[in-house]
Design a protein around this ligand. Structure first.
Ligand code: GLT
Ligand code: MN
Ligand code: MN
Length: 386
């Protein structure tokens, strides 16, 4: 019943299931596996697509000959399995050259190199049919504001995105750009830390229609913010171009846990927003298996991400069809057609009528909202007793 199929549009990054499990305190616990092998395994598990950074696929020091061979083998694996590459991105964080930012480095040479690297990575993504291009500004930020570049950083970030938007148009790539906000890690404070901050910034770009967001569950959760609220704002703005699903405990380092492994309710409301809103994009899992695991655990992890999504999708359908829940919701959403008619759009007459309206304030004040019941019913759906 919860068997993932390509129609569910589940995707993983090469860097996720291929993560060898090193952390700042310990070395890798798993050997590195090849991109074609990852493609084969993901297809076997029922995924739809695979995403990559330029250097996940082509190591930075590959010779042109090696590059040709890597692309050939990767293409062969895609053709053999039917897996697609819906998204691509650039690694602008690993090379020491980006230690103080890429697009927002105070060194003009670094900024130019970051744009050059991104153009080449866009070429690579387009070669494999990617339609969404993600910008995670992992190194765009500070630990100390000693350089006082905060304001310049916004201008440089804008300049880079404007340049790349024109490149996108001139090459006919048709990418949608998706900015991925994160509050901190690896920098002490990353620029554009939240979905709202990214949306505000997008409005200042030359091609705002081309640019949306790629919110990540862990990134809002680590800062104690609500991920469902973040994606609701992105959906409302017509800017949910991609989504990074995983899980996280609040206040920790970025854990990138298996989707739905920690916060069942937030995961449920996330799936509900994606499904109810008719979001058509990939359900991308930007997560990795626990460092405790070998590759058996990695494939359990990948299967688990997709299976939990499908279970929650099923729960959403159950919730939406539950008569008691729907009746409670009908009471919660108090309707008043006359008043809604007045407030829907301003006119001097409506304003005057509204000023003349008297409300049953004590009646409204004294009645509870009924959320204890709705929340308990939701919990019972999730706990499997309804
Ligand atoms: C890195 C980061 C993710 C981003 C990836 C895309 S790279 O793994 O932690 O959140 O989505 O650049
Ligand atoms: Mn993350
Ligand atoms: Mn991510």
């Amino acid at each position: 019943q919860y068997q993932p199929k390509p129609e569910h549009k589940f995707t993983f990054g090469l860097w996720t299931v291929g993560n060898p499990g090193s952390d700042p305190f310990g070395s890798a616990v798993r050997e590195t596996i090849s991109a074609p092998y990852i493609v084969e395994k993901l297809a076997e598990l029922g995924a739809w697509g695979v995403n990559f950074h330029d250097n996940d696929l082509i190591p930075a020091d590959a010779t042109p000959e090696q590059e040709r061979q890597i692309k050939k083998d990767f293409r062969a694996a895609l053709d053999a399995t039917g897996l697609v590459v819906p998204m691509a991105t650039t690694n602008l964080f690993k090379d020491p050259i980006f230690r103080d930012g890429a697009f927002t480095s105070a060194d003009a040479r670094v900024r130019a190199y970051a744009i050059q690297k991104t153009m080449k990575a866009m070429d690579l993504g387009a070669e494999f049919g990617a339609e969404t291009y993600v910008f995670w500004g992992g190194r765009e930020g500070t630990e100390v504001d000693a350089g006082s570049r905060t304001l310049d950083a916004m201008a440089w970030f804008r300049e880079a995105l404007n340049f790349l938007a024109e490149y996108n148009i001139s090459q006919g790539y048709n990418y949608k750009f998706a900015l991925e906000p994160k509050p901190n890690e690896p920098r002490g404070d990353i620029f554009l830390p939240t979905v709202g901050a990214a949306l505000g910034f997008i409005a200042t770009l030359d091609h705002p229609e081309m640019v949306g967001v790629n919110p990540e569950f862990a990134h809002d959760t680590m800062a104690g913010l609500s991920f469902p609220h973040a994606i609701a704002q992105a959906i409302d703005a017509g800017k949910l171009f991609h989504v990074d699903l995983n899980d996280q405990k609040m206040g920790r380092f970025d854990q990138d846990l298996r989707f739905g492994s920690e916060n069942y309710k937030s995961a449920f409301y996330t799936v509900k927003l994606l499904e109810d809103s008719g979001y058509q994009g990939p359900r991308h899992f930007d997560a990795h298996a626990l460092r405790t695991e070998d590759y058996d655990g990695v494939w359990e992890f990948a299967r688990g991400c997709m299976r939990t999504y499908l279970i929650l999708k099923d729960k959403v359908e159950q919730y939406n069809a539950d008569e008691e829940i729907q009746a409670a919701l009908a009471e919660y959403f108090v309707k008043d057609e006359a008043l809604s008619g007045l407030t829907a759009r301003f006119s001097p007459e409506n304003a005057q009528k509204l000023k003349d309206t008297s409300f049953d304030l004590d009646g409204i004040r004294s009645k509870g909202r009924g959320l204890e019941k709705i929340d308990q019913l939701t919990a019972e759906v999730l706990l499997g007793v309804r």
